[in-house]
Write a protein that binds this ligand. Structure first.
Ligand code: NAD
Length: 478
């Protein structure tokens, strides 16, 4: 296999995503240099320094070990462009504006190493258009690499998914190599997407979010109630809809909605892509969500307040789903949908409306989805070709045969299977633990089975018996 060694990564943009992607790279011991614009006042690395400090306060924590924030090398485009030459992978994660991204690409192009892969974390801008300003020799090494927020977490928690979006010019082995890095080193699950507006997840997800915002207004539901209804109770992230918008950043959300408006004039759902007025009002006020301290919600001391759209004030956020609706949501899926549809309860009717609209949206657009997809298990249908038509030159990481630790992280079962085939004796429990790649970072006093332990750079145990491995995962000595 044509291995692509990622010895160092540059992340461009120290915002919500860039800083957290850098943190995840540090978690898995990949050296990273984080760039942003030079600060107008004070030290030139001021924007990056603030972002790195902010990582220590974020919840859920993007860092396994908060002190590892110091391992992120800080840089700015004015003084440190030459640092790019030492990077094998460059991930651009600056604000979701095509013009700003293109300007940056023109600026960095001369400093990119001849072998480096360059990728954009755009939420849905055209990767082909982004590539147009790059020199011809970089185009085969350029593609989209769409991490989701928060980018640290792996299955089963939070956003396991990364979308890889090649252009027609992207070399097949570049996509394979990136997929291998994302799955094997970063513990992600990869879906290859077409270069269509907002790709797969944001195309469906943003349409669903807009439908939820519209129906919330129709049914007069508070943002706290909507989040309770559309969070864990629906099997989704506990941040539901409006808190998720705050976490993403309302300006970024508006840009991603605009991508739909700018590119999907012929879409039968075009009318539903209108920007909700409340979102525009919040952005005008500078309330951009979590990154600016206020959005649909605002934290004051320990209290969470929600926006009251009628008055524009923030009021206590304590609204929950009604008991009857919560009970319906515990039923098996077919019964749940039937009960929601038949109920006259406004919360049930709201849920039925948003689910119905999402199913309708997906059903209509399925016709244009790729006939042969591929997920991170790496098993392509027999005879399938790479997205740009050529046969892949290297095999992607194999995930199907991964054994999983109790927390869902993967252990490489291939080595285990080879040993078994050779008739080699079973390795000791400690030895078997060697391949755990978990970076969940949570500590637990529970004794984990041997396969769940991580023994990377294990330091001496603390008095509590809990050890913290280099990846930030705490394990308990049984
Ligand atoms: N926020 C999310 O949840 C999320 C999720 C997935 C992907 N993305 C994508 O990641 C990218 C970054 O999003 P974000 O939420 O981190 O944005 P952000 O607004 O938090 O940060 C943007 C960063 O870009 C920098 N920047 C602004 N203008 C610039 C310019 N002209 N040149 C260079 N740098 C500039 C800013 O200093 C800032 O650090 C976007 O493409 C976005 O669509 C965001």
């Amino acid at each position: 296999m044509n291995r692509f060694p990622v010895r160092k990564v540059a992340v461009l943009g120290a915002g919500v995503m860039g800083a957290q992607i850098a943190a995840h790279l540090v978690n898995v011991k990949v050296p990273v240099v984080l760039f942003d614009l030079p600060a107008r006042e004070g030290p030139k690395n001021g924007i990056v320094t603030k972002a790195v400090e902010g990582l220590k306060k974020l919840k859920p924590s993007p860092l396994g070990v908060p002190e590892d924030a110091a391992l992120i090398e800080q840089a700015n485009y004015e003084e440190h462009l030459d640092k790019l030459k030492g990077c094998d992978l460059i991930i651009e994660a600056i604000a979701e504006r095509m013009d700003w991204k293109l300007d940056l690409y023109k600026r960095i192009a001369p400093a990119i190493a001849p072998h480096a892969i360059v990728a954009s974390n755009t939420s849905g801008l055209s990767i082909t258009k982004l590539s147009e300003v790059l020199p011809e020799e970089i185009k085969p090494r350029f593609c989209g690499i769409h991490f989701f927020n928060p980018p640290r977490y792996m299955r089963p928690r939070y956003m396991h998914l990364v979308e890889l979006i090649p252009t027609v010019a992207t070399a097949a082995d570049v996509v394979d190599q990136l997929e291998t890095f994302l799955t094997s080193t970063l513990g992600k699950g990869v879906v290859r997407a077409k270069d269509t507006p907002n790709f797969v997840a944001n195309r469906v997800g943003i349409a669903g979010m807009l439908a939820t915002m519209k129906e919330a207004e129709t049914f007069g539901l508070g943002y706290d109630v909507v989040d309770d209804l559309t969070g864990k109770k629906l099997g989704r992230a506990s941040s539901g809809t409006f808190r998720t918008a705050d976490v993403v950043g309302l300006d970024t959300l508006a840009h991603v909605i605009k991508t739909l408006q700018d590119n999907l004039g012929n879409d039968p759902f075009f009318a539903s892509y209108a920007t909700p007025p409340v979102l525009e009002q919040l952005i005008d006020k500078g309330a951009l969500g979590q990154k600016s301290g206020a959005g649909f919600f605002k934290k004051v001391g320990k209290d969470i307040l929600r926006l009251d759209p009628a008055t524009g004030d923030y009021v206590p956020a304590a609204g929950k789903a009604e008991e009857i609706v919560a009970r319906i949501l515990k039923k098996p899926a077919p019964e749940r949908l039937k009960l929601l549809r038949e109920s006259s309860n406004p919360q049930a009717q709201f849920l039925w409306a948003i689910l119905r609209d999402s199913f309708h949206y997906v059903a209509v657009h399925l016709a244009s989805a790729p006939a042969r997809g591929r997920s991170s298990c790496g098993r392509k249908p027999a005879g399938s070709r790479s997205p740009n038509g050529s046969r892949p030159t290297s095999r992607p990481a194999r995930r199907c045969r991964m054994r999983r630790c109790r927390r869902g992280c993967s252990t490489d079962a291939t080595a285990f299977t080879r040993r078994k085939a050779r008739g080699a004796p079973r390795r000791s429990a400690t030895s078997r633990a060697a391949t755990c790649r978990c970076t969940s970072g949570s500590s637990s006093a529970r004794a984990w089975p041997a396969t769940a332990r991580c023994r990377r750079s294990r330091p001496a145990p603390s008095s509590s018996g809990t050890t913290r491995c280099g990846s930030g995962r705490s394990t308990t000595r049984s």
